[in-house]
Ligand binder design. Structure first.
Ligand SMILES: Nc1nc2c(c(=O)[nH]1)N[C@H]1C(S)=C(S)[C@@H](COP(=O)(O)OP(=O)(O)OC[C@H]3O[C@@H](n4cnc5c(=O)[nH]c(N)nc54)[C@H](O)[C@@H]3O)O[C@H]1N2
Ligand SMILES: Nc1nc2c(c(=O)[nH]1)N[C@H]1C(S)=C(S)[C@@H](COP(=O)(O)OP(=O)(O)OC[C@H]3O[C@@H](n4cnc5c(=O)[nH]c(N)nc54)[C@H](O)[C@@H]3O)O[C@H]1N2
Ligand code: SF4
Ligand SMILES: [Mo]
Length: 715
């Protein structure tokens, strides 16, 4: 076992010691961390007290020093000129020239529709901006999407429909003012642990504070709660409608707020009254006693803070789940005041920043939209493009992008900071997509990414600590991270390669000398927009973080939005949207009798390319597992520890069985942390399916039909 170094204080002083402050590269809580670097190695990570994490961090953050010990670290560009050749090392000049020539040829022969970019909420804002500018503005392709489509796009759609703008109205300080926490489809104790500490502390400090969890599983978060509501997969809209109807009947509607600040209430109310509560209860799958307990916990007089994440978003009714949550807050008049409101938790550290720069297929910088002519014209003018340069049709979103690539639609796809052959639903399609695209560029920090094996060009990126850059956390707090380590070899900050490519192709506007120059340009495009960062100059961010909107250099930033009851819609009113009650796209049947729901464990970060380097973390959950209810296990003759195969209509994944009564019967749970690089045949996403929400286009990663068998039986 490799012990963490414990050195006396003098040791840091007597050797070449520097420190650096940076936001944690893992979850969207955005803990600010101080790194102590001794003789070029990170020896200590400490949580900053005067930051949203209030001096706390979780083991993933604490063990960040481990991510630098990667034998497979990518340190120089690699390329091959034909698929049957091996990759060889190249200079940046050669690699950029090669890609520029290929892009030029594609633009001349097939047009901009044949190039695509697939990025990540783990890229900093500067990189996300340069990629967006290059593809949408200068290459002329709106086929730019990111893993945020698998993550936050239902939240984006929900906020935009209801409030007229993306972005949460709330901030972390609301936790200390809230009375009731409705934690829906979020396992905060595992996935946003430091923020959950603040929720737990509030419950300890305020006798009346209550925590309610809504999840098909009794999670680690539920352990700290007052009430657990075991919803059926996809049953959330029915549950929230049931609750809304009950609150309506009990006279909890804030009529004053509703009539002054919203539209659509009469229609929504009529819909609630038309639905039979018993029908909604059955659809939600929740037993009557739990429903009654839920109704007894929520009312108009207690401040309700709803915290939600992938159990809400990753669904074919993800947008409807989001609007159902927001509807509840609107009818209670609980938006724009301290201690209450809908609060989507962002997964990745910069899933917010990427939305601000408009990296999704339907977006443009500053919360603008591709489909809006005025928005396009403003960006064209800012980028020095001729009118009409930005195409009016939104590009392909993640799932259709990979489906199109699988059928040979693209000449080139550039993948940055994400590992889609492990993380995309129905992963076989993602693999076929990369095999069938002549030029695959992968920009990563390591060849441990399974996606790197499909690359024709590898661009080496600086990782955390090796670059300075900006990210926005879940509460709209914009944090600048410092560089405190030299990058190995030729690794470059992520904004650098697209900027160099832009220059190599002869485009104006890519002469950025550093990340500060990129930032300065980006913030001008937010001037007067909902996500206004124009007052956040580089100098100010170097002094400390700021929350948007921050419209001028002397503005302190805004903890909450919509405090005056004026929303970002044309008439200033928030809108009720009555959701659909549809079941998940695939329901269990005789051949595949169980629901598979998927998610995360505390020890691993996604596809484990970084967190897997910390033995202390890897040992906690060393192997892929599948959790089954004992009743379901008995039917299949499975016991804890049995080697099993999870099969769906798409494919199979191997996992070891764990029996637990903490699941709803009929539901099994497994994680997507293990890819083919860990072991052949273990990728859970070989079984998941690609059905998407019709509005947000977010895939349904939380529900598909599977069968679980012992390995011998499956063979
Ligand atoms: N340790 C760790 N932390 C992480 C990450 C990580 O990989 N590891 N990833 C980060 C990222 S990018 C994200 S997006 C977040 C995700 O954070 P979470 O959303 O908290 O994580 P998940 O485990 O994917 O899913 C949350 C819960 O949704 C439940 N669920 C499934 N189906 C339904 C349903 O139909 N309704 C309801 N109400 N619940 C349902 C699951 O049982 C699960 O407990 O975590 C972030 N933090
Ligand atoms: N079944 C199922 N599938 C899911 C989900 C689920 O709940 N269930 N959740 C979905 C969600 S919410 C998400 S966010 C995705 C996450 O899925 P991915 O984005 O594919 O997961 P990561 O492992 O975080 O991939 C990040 C990649 O970037 C590399 N990297 C790290 N730092 C840097 C850097 O600074 N620069 C560059 N260029 N590269 C870097 C890493 O080595 C790694 O290869 O998975 C999705 N897939
Ligand atoms: S809670 Fe999230 S941001 Fe904070 S240290 Fe842990 S992984 Fe990093
Ligand atoms: Mo995510």
């Amino acid at each position: 076992m490799t012990a963490l170094p414990v050195l006396p204080p003098e040791a840091y002083v007597s050797r070449a010691t520097t420190t650096g402050r940076a936001v944690c590269p893992y979850c969207g809580v955005g803990c600010v961390l101080d790194a102590t670097v001794v003789d070029g190695r990170v020896e200590r990570i400490a949580a900053v007290a005067d930051a949203p994490n209030q001096g706390m961090m979780c083991p993933k953050g604490a063990l960040l020093s481990r991510v630098f010990d990667d034998e497979q670290r990518l340190t120089q560009p690699m390329l091959r000129r034909a698929k049957n050749e091996p990759l060889r090392a190249a200079s940046w000049d050669e690699a950029i020239r090669f890609v520029a020539d290929r892009f030029r040829k594609t633009l001349d022969t097939r047009g901009p529709d044949a190039v695509a970019w697939y990025g990540s909420g783990q890229l900093d804002t500067e990189a996300s901006y340069v990629f967006t500018k290059l593809f949408k503005g200068f290459l002329g392709s709106n086929h730019t999407d990111t893993n945020s489509r698998l993550c936050m796009s239902s939240a984006v759609a929900g906020y935009t429909l209801a409030f007229g703008s993306d972005g949460p109205p709330t901030c972390y300080d609301d936790i200390e003012h809230a009375d009731t926490f409705l934690i829906l489809g979020a396992n905060m104790a595992v996935n946003h642990p430091v923020l959950f500490n603040r929720v737990r502390r509030r419950r300890t400090d305020a006798d009346h504070a209550r925590i309610v969890t809504v999840d098909p599983r009794f999670t680690k978060t539920a352990e700290h709660g007052d009430l657990h509501v075991p919803v059926a997969p996809g049953g959330d809209v029915a549950l929230l409608q049931w609750l809304a109807r009950r609150l309506l009947d009990a006279g909890h509607v804030d009529e004053g707020f509703v009539s002054a600040h919203t539209t659509g209430w009469p229609e929504h109310r009529a819909c609630l009254e038309s639905l039979e509560p018993g029908f909604l209860a059955r659809l939600s799958g929740v037993p009557d006693d739990a429903l009654e307990a839920l109704a007894a916990t929520i009312d108009r007089d207690h401040r309700l803070l709803t915290l939600y994440c992938m159990g809400a978003n990753q669904s074919t009714v993800g947008t409807d789940k989001n609007t159902a949550i927001i509807n509840l807050h609107l009818m209670l008049g609980q938006v724009g005041r301290p201690g209450c409101g809908p609060f989507s938790l962002t997964g990745q550290p910069n899933a917010m920043g990427g939305r601000e720069v408009g990296y999704l297929a339907h977006q443009l910088p500053g919360y603008r939209k591709v489909a809006d002519a005025t928005d396009r014209a403003e960006i064209e003018l800012a980028w020095g493009l001729s009118p009409g340069a930005i195409l009016p049709e939104p590009g392909l979103t993640a799932v259709p992008m990979f489906e199109a690539a699988a059928s040979g639609r693209f000449d080139a796809i550039w993948i940055a900071c994400t590992n889609p052959v492990v993380s995309m639903p129905d992963a076989a399609v993602a693999k076929r997509a990369l095999r069938n695209t002549p030029l695959v560029i992968v920009q990563d920090i390591t060849t441990r990414s399974e996606t790197a094996a499909y690359a024709d060009v590898l661009f080496p990126a600086c990782q955390w600590g090796e670059k300075s850059g900006t990210m926005t956390n879940s509460e709209r707090l914009v944090v600048r991270s410092e560089k405190f380590l030299e990058a190995p070899g030729d690794a470059k900050p992520d904004w650098w390669a697209p900027a160099r490519l832009g220059r190599a192709m002869g485009f104006d506007g890519f002469d950025f000398g550093n990340n500060e120059a990129v930032w300065s340009e980006f913030i001008t495009l937010t001037d007067g927009r909902p996500c206004d960062c124009s007052g956040m100059t580089n100098d100010r961010l170097e002094q400390g973080p700021l929350r948007w909107p921050c419209p001028s250099a002397d503005h302190p930033g805004a903890p909450r939005r919509y405090t005056d009851g004026v929303f970002a819609t044309p008439d200033g009113k928030a809108r009720f949207h009555t959701g659909r009650l549809d079941a998940p796209a695939e329901t269990p049947d005789e051949a595949y009798p169980l629901w598979l729901t998927t998610g995360r464990v505390a020890a691993h970060w996604h596809t484990r390319t970084k967190s897997g380097l910390a033995p202390e973390l890897a040992r906690q959950e060393p192997d892929p597992f599948v959790e089954l209810h004992p009743a379901d296990a008995a039917q299949a003759g499975i016991d804890t520890g049995d080697a099993c195969v999870v099969s769906s209509r798409r494919g199979q994944a191997r996992a070891t069985a764990r029996l637990t009564e903490r699941l709803r019967p009929g539901v099994v749970f497994a994680t997507f942390h293990f890819g083919d690089g860990f072991a052949a045949g273990v990728n859970l996403n070989d079984t998941t399916h690609a059905a998407c929400d019709p509005v947000s286009k977010q895939p349904e990663l939380k529900a598909c039909a599977v069968r679980v068998e012992k390995s011998e039986a499956a063979a």
